[in-house]
Design a protein around this ligand. Sequence first.
Ligand SMILES: [Ca+2]
Ligand SMILES: [Ca+2]
Length: 322
Amino acid sequence: MPRLFVSPSPGLRKTLAPATHFKSPRYQKSAGLFVARRPAYIGRIDTPEHQPAWLRPTITAYRGATPTLDGTLAPGEWDDATPITGVRGWFHQFKPVIDDRDLSLRGFVKHDGSHLYFAFDVTDDVLYGHTVERWLPTGFPRAHELTPDGFPWFGDGVELLINASDPISAQGASGTGRSWQMVCSTHKSRLGGVGVPGLLEGEPRTVPAAWAAYQRWIVDGAQRAVVRIKADKTGYVIEWAVRFNPCIELSPGVWYDGRSEAGVGLNIAVQDLDRMEDGEGMFANIHHESWWSHGTARAGQRPDERDSWGTLRLMPGVRPKR
Ligand SMILES: [Ca+2]
Ligand SMILES: [Ca+2]
């Protein structure tokens, strides 16, 4: 969903959640606002790619073998990819995540010269629409309409955001190959409807051109994702392909081709609905929404000057051996 917070001071974010939900040591009160603490609580750091600045991480995707999108991370399939771990140390827009069994992920990113690939192996203790019924929050009876009035991100799943060349420098996306935000849900999809996991049009879904572009990408296969619910219901696995053309537009009419180094904006959000009561007091009873890149903002910035993007470095070569 859209980022809701504003920044009261350098590097600090206020969420819209009531103060009573920020008793965790991850939050402190500053100038009357509850804000995420600085790095003291950052979780496990596995790779150099995970040691960037706290607020705006950088990760590098190298060229590797084309994975099979089947929802299974086969032995070796992602060995040439760069790992992503979460959601410890990520920005939690709603309730903080304090238990890896509640929400955590192991992910990967790589490319094959024509597509960017992500994998997300997500641990989530309660699977909305699978282990609990598909409840609706008060006041949002249309959340599961597959129209711009629905909430594509309302469920368990992952959102990808890329800013390939959009000068908006804002927390959102424009809905073009230059910047976009797409949703992969575990319980509904454009191609299969409610009840079938897959891709959905993300934000800004109420902008007709963005909605149309996202839908075209899904229908045409410019973006493809396969979701598998784990047999023991402890989470799910997503494998997601993003075709460079039309989705990584480095300048108007020019798409990344895998032959040179490039840097694009990246953010990843993990959505976690659990039981309705788990999200009590949060917008639409959402339990967690955790963001890879916190972003930066300076006091006094206008909303359109905020920048929540981390960096994805795209490299023409293979990942160095470690
Ligand atoms: Ca696979
Ligand atoms: Ca969940």
